[in-house]
Design a protein around this ligand. Structure first.
Ligand code: GLU
Length: 307
C-alpha cells in the first residue's frame, strides 16, 4: 500500500535545488497579464491515482494554464467522436513554432497535431459542435476531476488574448477556407481564448490529469477514454506536448508532458502518478525553465519514466 505522500521528500529536495539554481528564463510577454508574473515563483504537485495530492512551494497558487488545457479538450473530444477526429488533425510533431501558419497550406488545412494552436482550434471547434459549449464542458470536467468548484476562467486574460489574437484568427480563417472548421470563426475564437485563460493551481491540474495515469478512468470511477485512447493521448503528449522541444523533453524527462506559456507543465507516469509544475520563466521555445529542470530531477531521482 502506497503512502499518500510517497514522493514528498523528493519534491522537497527538488524545490531546494531549484531555489539555488540561477537563471529562470523570461515570462511570456505577448499579453500584459503574463508579462507581470515573477519568474522566481515555483510550485510542484504530485497526484496519486487514489486522489491523494501534495506538493511544495506555490503548489496551491492559481496561474494561467494556457496551452496545458489542450490536453483536456483533446481527451473530451476524443471521448465523444473517437477516431474520426484524426481525419481532421494529425498526430506528428510539427517542428515549427506553436502558432506557425506555413505547414497548413502544404497540408491542405489539416494541422500536424492537436497541441499546436491550429490543431487545438480544430479540437475546440469539434468539441463545441458536439457539446454546444466547449469551454463550459471543459470547466465542468476540470472542476469535477480536481474537486475544486472555484476553478474559473480569467475574463481579463481572455479579452487580452482576443485583443492580441490576429494570428489565431488567421489560423482559424485559413482552416475554415479548407472546410476544416464547423463553427463561425468568431464563435470558435471566443471559445478558444476562454480555454487559454483558465486559472488553476498545480494541485488542481495534477488531480485533473490523473485520468491519464488511471488509463482513462475518471475520479468518480467512470471511464472517459478507453485504455487505448488514454495511451494515444499520452503518446501525443510525449511527441508533441512541449512545442518544438518535445525531443529534448523526452530525452531529459522521459514522460508524456504538456506545457503552456503561463509556465505550467503537466506530466504523466502511467499507472503511477501525475505531476504539475509551475514557474513562469520560459526558455526560447516557450517551456518553463525551472519546470523542465524540476521534472528532469524528478525522473532522475525516482527512476520513474516510460522508458
Ligand atoms: N493563448 C496562447 C495562444 O493561443 C496559448 C499559447 C500557449 O500556451 O502555447 O497563442
Amino acid at each position: 500500500m502506497t503512502s499518500p505522500t510517497t514522493f514528498l521528500p523528493v519534491l522537497e529536495r527538488i524545490a531546494e535545488e531549484i531555489e539555488h539554481t540561477p537563471g529562470r528564463g523570461r515570462p511570456a510577454d505577448y499579453i500584459p497579464a503574463l508579462a507581470a508574473c515573477d519568474p522566481r515563483r515555483f510550485g510542484m504537485a504530485v497526484a496519486e491515482p487514489d486522489g491523494a495530492v501534495y506538493g511544495v512551494g506555490d503548489w496551491r497558487e492559481p496561474f494561467s494554464t494556457q496551452s496545458v488545457t489542450k490536453v483536456f479538450t483533446l481527451a473530451l473530444d476524443l471521448a465523444r467522436e473517437g477516431d474520426e477526429l484524426w481525419e481532421h488533425v494529425g498526430r506528428e510533431p510539427s517542428g515549427n513554432p506553436f502558432n506557425s501558419l506555413v505547414q497548413l497550406e502544404y497540408e491542405d488545412g489539416i494541422p500536424r497535431n492537436p497541441f499546436i494552436n491550429a490543431g487545438a482550434l480544430v479540437v475546440t471547434d469539434r468539441l463545441h459542435t458536439r457539446t454546444g459549449d466547449a469551454s463550459g464542458t471543459l470547466l465542468e470536467f476540470l472542476r469535477a476531476e480536481s474537486g475544486n468548484p472555484r476553478m474559473s476562467y480569467d475574463e481579463e486574460v481572455a479579452a487580452s488574448e482576443a485583443a492580441h489574437g490576429d494570428r489565431n484568427a488567421a489560423l482559424a480563417h485559413f482552416m475554415a477556407s479548407y472546410g476544416n472548421i464547423d463553427n463561425p470563426v468568431p464563435v470558435l475564437l471566443e471559445q478558444y481564448f476562454r480555454q487559454c485563460s483558465l486559472r488553476a493551481s498545480c494541485a488542481d491540474l495534477a488531480l485533473a490529469t490523473a485520468f491519464l495515469a488511471r488509463h482513462g478512468v475518471r475520479a468518480d470511477g467512470t471511464r472517459l477514454l478507453s485504455r487505448s485512447q488514454a495511451k494515444q493521448v499520452n503518446a501525443v503528449m510525449l511527441t508533441c506536448g512541449t512545442y518544438d522541444a518535445a525531443g529534448d523533453f523526452a530525452y531529459r524527462v522521459g514522460l508524456p508532458g504538456k506545457s503552456g506559456v503561463g509556465g505550467g507543465i503537466i506530466a504523466v507516469v502511467p499507472g503511477r502518478c501525475t505531476l504539475c509544475v509551475w514557474s513562469p520563466g520560459l526558455d526560447e521555445r516557450g517551456n518553463s525553465v525551472a519546470g523542465v529542470a524540476a521534472l528532469d530531477r524528478f525522473t532522475t531521482l525516482t527512476g520513474l519514466s516510460v522508458f
